[in-house]
Design a protein around this ligand. Sequence first.
Ligand code: SAM
Length: 248
Amino acid sequence: MKKTLHLIFWLIVIGIVLLLFSGLAVGEKDWQRQREDLVGEVEAMVASTRDYLQQEALDKRVLDALRKVPRHEFVPANRRAYAYSNQPVTIGYGQTISQPYIVAIMTEMIKPEPGHKVLEVGTGSGYQAAILAELGVDMYSIEIIEPLAEQAANNLKQTGYTAVHTRSGDGYYGWESEAPFDAIIVTAVASHIPPPLIKQLKPGGRMIIPVGSAFMNQYLILVIKGADGKVTTRQILPVSFVPLTGTH
Ligand code: SAM
């Protein structure tokens, strides 16, 4: 009798463990399916904005990074249902994780290559930094809101992007001790292109930055520093970003 009870007990335990694991597996499969659908939406949006972007499609490596990075791990638990909708998601402190289409085109515009040293201004949730880290770049990211910087560092650690360097501070001034950078990505709108960032860009480097007024008339601007140090800019498309804050 005692032996039978023992057996039943262990069968129940094994049953519960199996149930838990199959639940997790279904969850991950579902996230993957949602990411695949999202990639389809981003591709369609890129095609419909081809005249602005001056290209029909994104680099497959960028799409593969979108397929791989678990965006749901970068949004607050109560917003996970929206993690794979092609829209910005609130992350607290009045800030947002950018729309996936915007993340994708900004990533594309700086032409990241493995081994490039890249600076991001505006870590937010850490998602954009994770996408770039997935592409093999040596990633540096600055966030002005300290609790967000901590949260992002934690998100990056939890998802395995442990090599991303993060710190809290005013990104208007860049990260001088680590400069120069092959590319710079600014994820908050500035009234002008910060001169310290231009200075910290390598000759031949690219910067993508939204420029305009805080809540209207903003454009994504691609800045290219020529091999001779000469800077040229190209207006890409109208966008809507939270403001670049700080004392500058
Ligand atoms: N890239 C982020 C992501 O993947 O989640 C989203 C960035 S959110 C649109 C813009 C971020 O820029 C906010 O977290 C905001 O606090 C930050 N920010 C604003 N001004 C800043 C500054 N001067 N220096 C650094 N970060 C700044």
